[in-house]
Design a protein around this ligand. Structure first.
Ligand code: ADP
Ligand code: MG
Length: 373
């Protein structure tokens, strides 16, 4: 690995440079740049139609870029046909050949490459073991469960040792329990072989639990690229804040009081303060984002705080006990709804919470993130 890195002058493993794809008047992908390192499990996350599959298909070479270029290990592959790229795409399990057994499905590409029989058999066995289907080589796809078929599709896609494996919503056909199990297996397999995986998903929980880094796409643009935790802590805008987990947004307007800028909020009926220092214009509308678990809840508030900072009054409008945690909704006096998650560490008495109770919510400056779009 070390010599390879020096050979290529430490260039990123996969470099996507200012790539666009237009279908007639539709901009499917709009000037996306992205570097991916060797060994990453990268997730492209976004709503339907945001351009994820088109970007993936351009990496695979299945779609020609309108402009921009793609490099793999320092080599420009923009005009290299798909079969000559060190890349493979995993299709959903229904793309398996139904008349061929598992071994033959996995060996398909190796056979086309004229691998010697012994080497081919050894490779197939290695792959069967990797996806924990050692005993299932002779079965036909219809004699397997959905999860097992998915693992055969994975083994087949990995057979020729691609340097990058592309996966387009590979688990979307599986039910929730099986999907979670398959996610774990996928992560374990990726770790074991160290191949770079790039997976498309519209499921933020899936991306959060699998990815080394997530790239969020919205309307053909790549909006933010970040590791899951950082994405959750520092979303770039309202869309991402709401997409990655749950969030409360308090709208604020920047105004001036003497020499100081303040943010007043119709949602809280007071002012908002955050610890970040961001230059704002007088009159600008902003949003303060606070995660449900960072909102502090106080029952039996003593009247209404004058000049309240990051604080508001309201009443309890929903309580949902979920064992270890409780989801609560408070409707503020402004009618603005606030979601709160309290854990067993809460210092109040959960059992005494009643719908309609008057409460006070607040949050610390450092729990709040300022968003300008
Ligand atoms: P996603 O995978 O995020 O759901 P896609 O990459 O499939 O999004 O599509 C992005 C946009 O490009 C959509 O508006 C889609 O309709 C359009 N698009 C994708 N493929 C084609 C195509 N072959 N011809 C015309 N428009 C396309
Ligand atoms: Mg898609």
């Amino acid at each position: 690995m070390a010599d390879r890195a020096t050979d290529k002058g430490q260039k990123p493993f996969l470099r996507i440079h200012n790539i666009s794809k237009h279908f007639a008047e539709v901009r499917a992908v709009d000037e996306v740049s992205l570097d991916i390192q060797q060994g990453e499990f990268f997730c492209l996350l976004g709503g339907s139609g945001s351009g994820k599959s088109t970007l993936l298909r351009m990496i695979a070479g299945l779609e020609t870029a309108t402009s921009g270029h793609i490099e793999i290990e320092g080599q420009d592959v923009t005009n290299v046909p798909p079969w000559s790229r060190p890349v493979n795409m995993m299709f959903q399990s229904y793309a398996l050949f139904p008349h061929m057994n598992v071994e033959k499905n996995i060996a398909y590409g190796l056979k086309q490459d004229n691998w010697p029989k012994e080497e081919m058999d050894a490779r197939v066995q290695e792959l069967l073991d990797l996806v924990q289907l050692g005993e299932y080589g002779k079965r036909k796809p219809n004699q397997l469960s959905g999860g097992q078929r998915q693992r055969v599709a994975l083994a087949r896609a990995l057979a020729r040792k691609p340097k990058v494996l592309l996966l387009d919503e590979p688990l979307s056909a599986l039910d929730k329990k099986l999907r979670e199990e398959t996610q774990r297996q996928l992560v374990a397999i990726q770790k074991e072989i160290g191949t770079t995986f790039i997976m498309v998903t519209h499921d933020q929980e899936e991306a959060m639990s699998i990815a080394t880094r997530i790239g969020v796409m919205d309307r053909a643009k790549l909006i933010q690229v970040e590791a899951p935790r950082e994405m959750y802590e520092r979303p770039a805008n309202k869309m991402i804040a709401g997409f990655i987990g749950q969030v409360n947004l308090f709208e604020g307007k920047v105004s001036r009081k003497g020499n100081t800028q303040i943010i007043t909020s119709v949602d809280t009926g007071g002012t908002l303060e955050v610890s970040e220092k961001i230059a704002l214009a007088d009159g600008q509308v902003i949003w303060v984002a606070v995660r449900p678990e960072r909102i502090l809840l106080k029952t039996k508030p003593k009247g209404r705080a004058a000049k309240a900072i990051n604080k508001a009054n309201g009443k309890l409008t929903d309580i949902m006990y979920l064992g270890g945690i409780t989801h609560i909704q408070v409707t503020l006096d402004s009618e603005h709804p606030v979601r709160i998650t309290i854990s067993e560490h809460w210092d109040g008495d959960e059992a005494k919470l009643k719908l309609g109770d008057a409460v006070e919510i607040s949050f610390e400056k450092r729990a709040a993130r300022l968003l300008v779009s």
